[in-house]
Design a binder for this molecule. Structure first.
Ligand SMILES: Cc1cc2nc3c(=O)[nH]c(=O)nc-3n(C[C@H](O)[C@H](O)[C@H](O)COP(=O)(O)O)c2cc1C
Length: 191
């Protein structure tokens, strides 16, 4: 069921590095984006990927993780992502960042990954200039979001947000809690 998959598809930031992700799997996930809607059907998104250890090691320092956690930020040593998909847009097709297309495709990738037992973290905070260098991107290809991937190696629990507090946090056992606003809070008055 879609609801079960959505509930399971949490953001994971620690990964089991003994379980690798191969090139074919990444291509399957990127291919899902061919079936998503696109504004004016322009399909301006382009995707790069990395799965070799030496490439992943170049990407990790360009990313900012878990802004709400005050210290001891994941991924912990030895728990780094084992693959990445970089979501870019082509300025020859769309001058401005097609934010909605980017969100739709990224979610398709993340759901498709979870269906295969692969956890993901969408990351918007990255050094885009250096990322372009690592992937040798031409000037018309602009990185917008990167999806870190790997076998989940942490417990993530959904909770109802209380008093509007939506900041995720970890307890002493390092379980990661993610408060979501209740249905009552996200519903507007009926007409
Ligand atoms: C557009 C977007 C950008 C994000 N950027 C980051 C990021 O830069 N670093 C990070 O650690 N998590 C990032 N996240 C993950 C969010 O923090 C995460 O989705 C949120 O805490 C809710 O957790 P959940 O995905 O398990 O529901 C991003 C998520 C989205 C949708």
């Amino acid at each position: 069921m879609l609801k079960d998959l959505l509930k399971k598809t949490r953001t994971f930031r620690n990964f089991d590095r003994t379980k690798k992700i191969d090139r074919e799997t990444l291509l399957e996930l990127i291919a899902l984006c061919r079936y998503t809607p696109s504004s004016a059907n322009k399909q301006p998104l382009k995707f790069a990927f990395a799965y070799k250890q030496e490439d992943c090691a170049k990407i990790l320092p360009l990313l900012a993780w878990a802004g709400y956690l005050p210290e001891n930020k994941p991924p912990y040593k030895g728990n780094e992502p084992t693959a990445y998909i970089l979501v870019c847009y082509d300025t020859d097709i769309s001058k401005n960042a097609p934010e909605i297309d980017i969100g739709i495709c990224s979610q398709a990738i993340v759901l498709g990954a979870m269906e295969k037992g692969i956890g993901a973290c969408m990351i918007g905070s990255m050094d885009k200039g250096k990322m372009s260098e690592v992937f040798s991107l031409p000037a018309n290809i602009i990185p917008r979001l990167i999806i870190a991937l790997g076998a989940p190696n942490e417990k993530v629990v959904l909770t109802d947000a209380e008093n509007g507090d939506i900041k995720y946090y970890r307890d002493a056992d390092d379980t990661h809690f993610v408060p979501k606003r209740t249905l009552g809070e996200i519903l507007l008055p009926e007409i």
